[in-house]
Design a protein around this ligand. Structure first.
Ligand code: AMP
Length: 360
């Protein structure tokens, strides 16, 4: 089976690593000169909205999927005319826009923070008087890793905040005083079967994911699965969908969804019977889903900016290194490592050892 992937970054690379044993071949559409997934398939080096290259992609593959959500809606709509595309253009349209996304949570009865649409500085001021401070102003689209957002703590922060984010459509969200952040990676097959991985506890540094620790029988697992199932069904979704939640007062508030494989699910490569990458491919290809059961206790640590020396990372027992072969650059995700352990206590010791290698 030939799979076309929009985007050629590390998520595409890990999809190809998972799909190759299933007999899949990959073509990545990515305008970057160097795309780190290109080593594992064909690289269509072109803009996402070049009709000529979209046509070429559609004609050379059996289906198309995505490794990031900020794809122009027209690109997906165009491709859908010629080739099956999973997840659908409609799922992408909603998941890539924070206003649509949060409105959907509200319609489905999924708790989320108060929010308001902001199309001008005047809208922002009206939204602040309704929601209060502190609050978070976010661009509706294209935000990632904490980019495209500004925390507003006092009245002075509101002045020029809309211009600071580029005078583009935004939403204002009430600031959530959360006790933790968790995510749920779920997968839905073409036949509607849903499987979910265990909830993952996430720690961010400067808005970028630092550490994910998979939870064993989290008390909020069933609630998270209920919320995710509502969204999957509403969108008639096919593939992996990641759901990010804030833990508040013993419950969950939805933050956002990502219509793709997710950084907080990388641990599933070594930590689950069937990884999020393989399950995404199984889902979009119409194959039976694999087990999401865990193998031992797992955690994943991101390498941001640079990858520590391989010999040091691999000297930690049961540590699995993923170097994306990307150029070192401040703030860039260039690799990760997964740790696996028979006990949570030992896992904690491995995390401390691995964190000790960062910025050395
Ligand atoms: P996001 O891009 O929406 O995932 O936001 C990045 C990070 O900013 C989240 O993981 C949270 O740590 C923080 N954050 C986002 N939205 C809020 C909010 N409404 N209240 C408090 N913290 C937030």
């Amino acid at each position: 089976m030939k799979v076309g992937v929009i985007g050629g970054g590390q998520l595409g690379r890990m999809l190809a690593i998972a799909g190759t044993p299933l007999g899949m071949q990959f073509t990545f559409l990515d305008p970057a000169e160097y795309a780190c997934a290109a080593a594992l398939g064909e690289h269509l080096h072109a803009d996402y909205s070049s009709p000529e290259h979209l046509q070429q992609l559609a004609q050379s593959v059996d289906l198309v999927t995505f490794e990031f959500e900020s794809v122009p809606a027209e690109t997906v709509a165009y491709l859908e005319q010629f080739v099956p595309v999973y997840p659908s253009a409609n799922a992408l349209r909603i998941a890539r826009d924070r206003w649509f996304e949060k409105s959907m949570f509200k319609d489905l009865g999924i708790p989320t923070t108060e929010f308001a649409d902001v199309l001008s500085q005047a809208d922002l001021e009206a939204a602040v008087s309704q929601i209060g401070l502190p609050a978070v102003l976010k661009t509706r689209t294209l935000g990632y890793d904490g980019k495209g957002q500004k925390v507003l703590r006092e009245a002075a922060d509101v002045v020029d905040a809309f211009a600071y984010l580029g005078n583009v459509p935004c939403i204002l969200e009430g600031f959530v005083a959360f006790s933790g952040e968790v995510s749920l990676v779920a997968v839905r097959g073409r036949d509607g079967e849903v499987q979910c991985y265990p909830l993952v506890h996430n720690i961010h540094n400067d808005g970028i994911l630092h550490l994910s620790v998979a939870s064993d029988a989290h008390t909020l697992q069933a609630l998270a699965q209920d919320y995710a199932s509502r969204v999957l069904q509403e969108l008639d979704y096919v593939g992996v969908l990641a759901f990010e939640f804030f833990e508040v007062d013993g419950g969950l508030k939805a933050n956002e969804i990502a219509p793709r494989v997710h950084n907080s699910g990388h641990w599933t490569i070594e930590g689950s019977e069937c990884s999020q990458f393989e399950n995404h491919l199984r889902a979009v290809a119409g194959l039976p889903l694999g087990s999401t059961a865990s193998v031992e206790h797992s955690a994943m640590l991101n390498f941001i900016g640079s990858v520590p020396e391989a010999s040091k990372v691999l000297s930690i027992a049961d540590c699995h290194l993923h170097d994306y072969s990307k150029a070192a650059k401040a703030g860039r995700k260039v690799g990760h490592a997964t740790l696996r352990s028979a006990t949570p206590e030992r896992l904690q010791q491995q995390i401390v050892a691995l964190e000790g290698l960062l910025n050395v």
